[in-house]
Design a protein around this ligand. Structure first.
Ligand SMILES: NC(=O)c1ccc[n+]([C@@H]2O[C@H](COP(=O)([O-])OP(=O)(O)OC[C@H]3O[C@@H](n4cnc5c(N)ncnc54)[C@H](OP(=O)(O)O)[C@@H]3O)[C@@H](O)[C@H]2O)c1
Length: 311
């Protein structure tokens, strides 16, 4: 891995590199991987686009976050049941997080209107057999499938899954779903008929989560941009061609013209893969107490002003 911008460095410390202009400032940082031809997924997931360098960057970004934010579509497509295990990383990762001023656990926040959260909402396991007077369960027949592993959020002491939704969605939930949410989730009701993402991010900040890492997906990213809430885009460009038909890192209704400009604040290269840190033009680090707040990746895009296809 080598840094090309803002200045050349042969083997940068990735944590220090990504902590610069981030750990102190905080904000919403989005992380995506795309192929050289702009695909955000290959065969339905982003895994086919990942490179060894991308894995290193992916881990460093998670190590430098107070909370991980994803849309429910990404949680479903990418099996965040599995990824939730990485959200409570191994002891070395926990120590790394603490050394950089972050809590050892990384909570997961999921945005959903439908509340179709499946395995993410699994209930906490029963008491450990060794501490229970109940008889042990009968052995499963040989042909029975192995029990699904409990999600990491059920580990004792692990932070609860944060579920971000709106009042109308909760009102439409049945009793079983409400029970599951009561038991397994830290529920954020942001907005009435639709999820208000600005309120959602405020709720995360009220929980002490200033440095928010968004891992997608494309629909949530487009909504966050439209609401003017994104401070940084960390984009990995994999040296691969995914071919026609793949989705992009944004999805939803087209935006009005012109395209939003970005400033390339940093660039790494590893074995042909590029790792870009984009911010808004004019978004420089505040140098004094009277410096104005940085701009964000938005300015003037709103869902209501979005035009139809082809315009
Ligand atoms: N290349 C990458 O780095 C990358 C990263 C992430 C994902 N992906 C890929 O992207 C694909 C998934 O795309 P996606 O667009 O479905 O992902 P997504 O944005 O994570 O999920 C969309 C879903 O999230 C919820 N959501 C998003 N924005 C919302 C809002 N403003 N208000 C309320 N709910 C909101 C809704 O959930 P409900 O349906 O529950 O209401 C919506 O259906 C997968 O193929 C995945 O592999 C790629």
């Amino acid at each position: 891995m080598r840094a090309l911008l803002p200045e050349p460095l042969p083997d940068p410390d990735l944590h220090a590199w990504y902590a610069t202009d981030w750990s102190d400032r905080g904000g919403l940082r989005m992380s995506f991987v795309a192929s050289a031809d702009g695909a955000a997924s290959a065969s339905g997931s982003s895994r086919g686009l990942q490179t060894p360098g991308d894995q290193r960057v992916f881990r460093a970004l998670r190590d430098l976050a107070d909370v991980l934010l994803v849309g429910a579509g990404t949680a479903r497509a990418e099996g965040y049941r599995g990824a939730a295990r990485a959200v409570a990383p191994d002891p070395r990762r926990r120590a790394t997080r603490e050394a950089h001023g972050f809590a050892p656990d990384l909570p997961l926040a999921v945005v959903s209107r439908s509340l179709r959260l499946g395995p993410l909402l699994a209930r906490a396991p029963a008491a450990h057999p060794a501490s229970s007077s109940a008889p042990p369960p009968a052995p499963a027949p040989e042909s029975a499938p192995p029990p699904a592993p409990a999600p990491e959020s059920t580990r004792p002491g692990a932070p609860k899954l944060i579920v971000i939704t709106c009042a109308a969605a909760l009102a439409a939930a049945d009793a079983a779903l409400r029970d599951a949410l009561d038991e397994s989730a830290d529920l954020v009701i942001a907005g009435d008929a639709e999820v208000d993402l600005a309120l959602a991010l405020d709720a995360l900040r009220q929980r002490g989560h200033r440095r928010i890492l968004g891992e997608g997906g494309p629909t949530l990213f487009a909504s966050l941009i439209a609401a003017g809430l994104v401070d940084e885009l960390c984009l990995s460009v994999a040296p691969r061609l995914a071919g026609p038909g793949a989705s992009r890192i944004v999805a939803g209704a087209p935006w009005p013209q012109p395209p939003l400009p970005l400033r390339l604040a940093g660039l790494l290269e590893d074995d042909g893969a590029l790792f870009c840190r984009y911010r808004r033009p004019g978004d420089q680090v505040a140098s004094g107490p009277n410096s104005s707040r940085e701009t964000r990746l938005d300015q003037g895009v709103s869902p209501s002003s979005a035009t139809g296809p082809g315009q």
